[in-house]
Write a new protein. Sequence first.
Length: 366
Amino acid sequence: MILGNPYLVIVMNMSIRLRRVLFLAAIVLAGDGVAGNGIALGQTNPYGARPVGPAYYPGYPGGFYPGRVGGAYYGAADLVRAQGELTIQTEQARQEREKANQAKLETKRKSFEEMMYEKANTPTLTENLQYEAGLSTQRLITSPMPAEITAGKTLNAMTPMIVSLAMKGTQGPVIPLSQDMLRHINVTIGKGGATIGMLSDGGSKLDWPLALQGPKQQKIAALIPNLVSQAGMGAVDAKLYREVTSQLNVINEELRKKFHKEEIDGGEFLEARRFLDSLTQSVQALRSPTSQRFLDGSYAAKGNTVPELAENMVKSGLSFAPANPGDTAYYQALHDMFVAYTTSAQAAAGFQVRYNPPRTDPWKVK
C-alpha cells in the first residue's frame, strides 16, 4: 500500500535528500568549527559569540591561526631565530671586544712612542752636568769674582781645558811664567786637601799683621820654624805641635776681644783674622804625611809656560790652593795669563768663549 501511494513515495524521497543535506551541513559546520575557530562541536566558544568570517586571535596577525601543529612549528622557528640572533650578538660582542683590545694596544704603542720621544729629547744627568760645568767655566773665564781668583777656583777650572787643547794639538801663544811668581802660588793634593801655604819658606819670614804683634806673637813666631823643620824631616814633635796650635787659639781669642773692645777697627780685624786662618791651616797641614814633599819642593807649581804648568799640575795630581795673605797680585797675574792662553787657543781651534752665552740645551746642539 505504501508502494502504491505516490505521495508517500515523494515524501520518502524528500526525506532521503533532506537527510543528505543535513549530513553535509553538519560536516561543513564541524569542519568550520575545527578549521576556523578551533572549537569542536558541542564546545563553548571562549571568545563569546561565533564570529562571522575569519576569526582574529591575539598573538597571530591578520587573523591567521596556524592551529596546534602550525603553532608548534611557529614556536620552533622562533627558537631557531632567537638562537641565531644570540649567536650574531655574541659574535658582534666579540668584534667589539677585539676592537677595544686593539685600541688598548694602540694606546700602549702611542704611550711607548711618547716615552721614547721624551727620552730622546730630554737631557741626561751627565749632559746637564756637562752643560752646567761649561757655563760655570765660561763665567769663571770671562767674569770671575776676586775671591774666586784668590781661592784658585778659576785656575783649577782652566787647567783641564788647557791640557785638553794641548792634547788636540791646539796651541796658544807662548806666555812665559816667572818662577818667582810661581813660588807664591800654593798647591794641594786633589781638591780641598791640606797645603802648607804660608810655611813653604820655612816659617821664618812671616809678615805678622800689626793687630797680632805682641809678646805672644813673638813666642809663637819662634816656635813655628822648629815645627816646620821637624815636619821637613818627617818627625813632628806632638808636644811642640800642641803648644803651637794652643798659642794660635789664644791669639785668636785675644783678637776677638780687642775687636769687641773697639781697640782695633773692622779692617784690622779682618786682615788679622785671614792671616790667622791661613796660618792655622798651614800648621795643621804639617801633620800630613805629604807635608815633607811640599816642603822639599816635590809638590809645587812648576813650568816655564802656561801649558807646561797645567800639564805638570795634572800629572802630579795637584790643584791650586788659596792664596796667602799678600799674594793676591800673583794669583791675579797667573789668572790673566791662563785666560789669554785659553781664549787664543780656543780661537785657533775654531770657537771662542762668549760673554754671557745664551741658554742652549744640549739635545738641540746635537
